[in-house]
Design a binder for this molecule. Structure first.
Ligand code: GDP
Ligand code: MG
Length: 437
């Protein structure tokens, strides 16, 4: 499977301390093959690997993220970016909001209409009206009515009326008079793109002026999906894509191809026949899915943590040897800044938010300090003792601060170094004893 292949590809990189042109080329050949297997369009796969290559060669491998992990991260990030990067929601600003479904027969329009109605009804507490505009097959209207009953949403249909433009206009009137704020119009599709279907959907589109026209596509159709998407987008200039039938082991390479060709966000995915089988589309999760590696992120995160630990150990050694300098101090500041994100995270945990409130970690707090340190020479950073009056003056000037501020930082730094020395190897215990008296 794809994951094994990628492992193999990345194996080439293992043990190499540096990303080089040769091992990148080797790896990306495999990545490209893997993408093609996942049904990604050939041209897109080719471009993709080219971009990743450029990015990879520009990277220094300094951290304990080894080259293979770094490549995984690059590949994943780039895939995510290609699929839009961020999640894009639907626009519900209309009154009522009109959502028009488009797509081929069997793509999942009727099913998705029901899922979306159910989703909006339960998650967003909207009053939804479903409209049946597939007038060619009596069974189609019936299917929608069954769905509506199942989820408790009203279905508007006109038995005998063969004009979908008229039906959709009447449905809008009905929605207004019954206080609905979302109208979802299900339309007829055909087995392939044809002129009649395009004219009909285009006419409905003009008549109801929807906030959201969604193109529904079966993710198992692979390359054909791209051409269909393009045809519908040329006529409708739709707002978003819905990828259905992503349950089972469909890889979802179509997501990547469609996004690249029509440049419209994928907004939802369908993952089963049940009404609950609907999900908001997350580009990063789809990237994982395409790569077939659910644990990529945690892998990279673990490596990142390791890096921090290593860094901490190095610093401890330096403190023990009295070699702790301003460069190390800068690194510490960077670590603390990272905690800024942690604070947001902690805020989500009940109780912990309060705890973190008093710890004010804010980037600006360090700006002056960082500026002062940056104005020191490497030698001064290593041996702060050498910073005499004239050097202080130069540093203050260089950093746009005052001599007092430089003095203050030096004093604090001196105290901190002393304290840290004391905390080292059992010193902490000694200090606690001292404090207890
Ligand atoms: P339409 O012709 O575009 O309206 O397509 P339908 O909504 O009638 O769906 C066609 C078939 O695909 C039906 O049998 C649905 O149950 C099935 N279907 C729709 N969405 C999904 C999905 O996300 N997963 C699976 N497994 N089946 C789906
Ligand atoms: Mg249908």
């Amino acid at each position: 499977n794809l994951s094994d292949k990628l492992d193999k590809a990345l194996h080439v990189l293992k043990g190499h301390g540096k990303i080089t042109e040769v091992n990148v080329a080797e790896t990306l050949k495999e990545v490209r093959r893997a993408l093609l297997d996942a049904d990604v369009n050939f041209k897109i796969a080719k471009n993709f690997t080219k971009t990743v290559k450029e990015k990879a060669l520009g990277q220094d491998v300094l951290t304990s993220l080894n080259p293979s992990q770094l490549m995984v991260k690059l590949v994943k990030d780039e895939l995510t970016e290609l699929m839009g990067g961020e999640t894009v929601g639907i626009n519900l600003s209309g009154n009522p909001t009109v959502i028009l479904m488009s797509g081929l027969q069997g793509s999942g329009k009727t099913t998705f209409s029901g899922k979306l109605a159910n989703y909006l009804k339960t998650k967003k507490t909207k009053q939804v009206l479903l409209v049946g505009c597939d007038v060619y097959r009596p069974a189609a209207i019936n299917q929608l009515q069954v769905v509506g009953e199942q989820i408790g949403v009203e279905v508007y249909a006109e038995v005998g009326n063969q004009n979908p433009v008229e039906i959709s206009q009447n449905a809008l009137k009905h929605a207004k008079s019954t206080g609905k704020n979302v109208v979802i119009i299900d339309t007829a599709g055909r087995l392939a793109v044809d002129e009649e279907m395009m004219t009909e959907i285009s006419n409905i589109h003009k008549a109801v002026n929807p906030q959201e026209t969604l193109f529904v596509v079966d993710s198992m159709t692979g390359q054909d999906a791209v051409n269909t998407a393009k045809a519908f987008n040329d006529i409708l200039n739709f707002e978003g894509v819905v990828l259905t039938k992503l349950d089972g082991d469909t890889r979802g390479g179509a997501a990547l191809s469609i996004k690249s060709v029509v440049d419209k966000p994928i907004k939802f995915i369908g993952t089963g026949e049940k009404m609950e089988a609907i999900d908001v589309f997350h580009p990063d999760r789809m990237a994982d899915r395409i790569l077939g590696m659910g644990d990529v992120v945690s892998l990279v995160e673990r490596a990142q943590e390791q890096y921090d630990e290593e860094e901490a150990r190095k610093i401890q050694k330096k403190i023990a040897k009295n070699q702790f300098g301003f460069d190390d101090f800068l690194k510490q500041i960077q670590q603390i800044k990272k905690m800024g994100n942690m604070k947001d995270l902690m805020g989500m945990i009940p109780g912990a938010g309060k705890m973190m409130k008093d710890v004010d970690i804010d980037d600006d707090a360090f700006k002056g300090i960082e500026a002062i340190i940056h104005s020191m020479t490497p030698g001064e950073r290593e041996e702060p003792k050498t910073i005499n009056a004239s050097r202080k003056k130069r540093i203050a000037k260089g950093s746009g601060t005052s001599i007092q501020e430089v003095n203050q930082l030096l004093k604090q730094f001196g105290q901190m170094s002393k304290m840290m020395k004391m905390m080292q190897g059992g010193g902490g215990r000694k200090m606690m004893q001292m404090m207890k008296g």
